[in-house]
Ligand binder design. Sequence first.
Ligand code: 8IG
Length: 278
Amino acid sequence: MNYEETTQAAAFIADATGFDTHDAALVLGSGLGDYAASLPDAVVVPYADIPGFPVPQVVGHGGSLISAPVGDGRILILSGRVHTYEGWEMDEVVFGVRAVIASGAKRVMLTNAAGGVNSSYSPGDLVIIDDHLNLTGRNPLLGANDDRLGPRFPDLSTVYTPRLRAELAKVFTDVGITPYEGTYAWFLGPTYETPAEVQMGRTLGADLVGMSTVPEAIAARHMGAEVAGISLVTNLAAGISPTPLSHDEVTETAARAKETFTAVLDAYLPIFVSGSGV
Ligand code: 8IG
């Protein structure tokens, strides 16, 4: 079922973009969605046109898939994602990532806005994800396994490929920011955590807390793609921040960090797409 729908979506993407294959993919998180608009010669395909694609219920923006030339290859960018807290099924949450991998992407960069738990971080910092904690009890691979997608018991020893993390760290340094690395804990949401839950996360090894990314990373590794992740710390998590959390704070910080985020992606994507290393 998943395999057929994924393959159909990939066939549609090849047809709609005019490119049989793509090299890599990028998922843009909250507040980071307009990066794709800056890329020249992009082909935009609304999610609503792609068979099987879940369409985010955000007023005025149903999300779109963008195909663009980058360096010596092509990238597919998912601008807009759906979350488990909105009531989407796991299969729907990972549909986009599966479709871009079926379209040829061998590497997937996942980006998100997240709460900072590590006290070294400040709002506006970018952090390279080095590992994750799945604290939700959900998993996109629950249920019968389709061996055409990947193995029954995927190894998750290196979800976030060390080589890609090292390349990103070098790019962070080159653009003049600290190459923080951190472990991302997936909480279901939609509530932000209580201070006690943030302390629990800290005790368990979390540096970041958020409501996305982990299911996509799992589905991508299942299919054999390599994964890189970047979190934008938009707020300090509850109990670490002296003030209550608000979505407005998140949006404002994302807007302020846009320049740095753009600088990192502009410098790194050609390397990421070529797969050749730094
Ligand atoms: I942005 O503090 C953002 N997303 N779970 N906690 C969780 N998700 C988030 C947070 C946060 N900030």
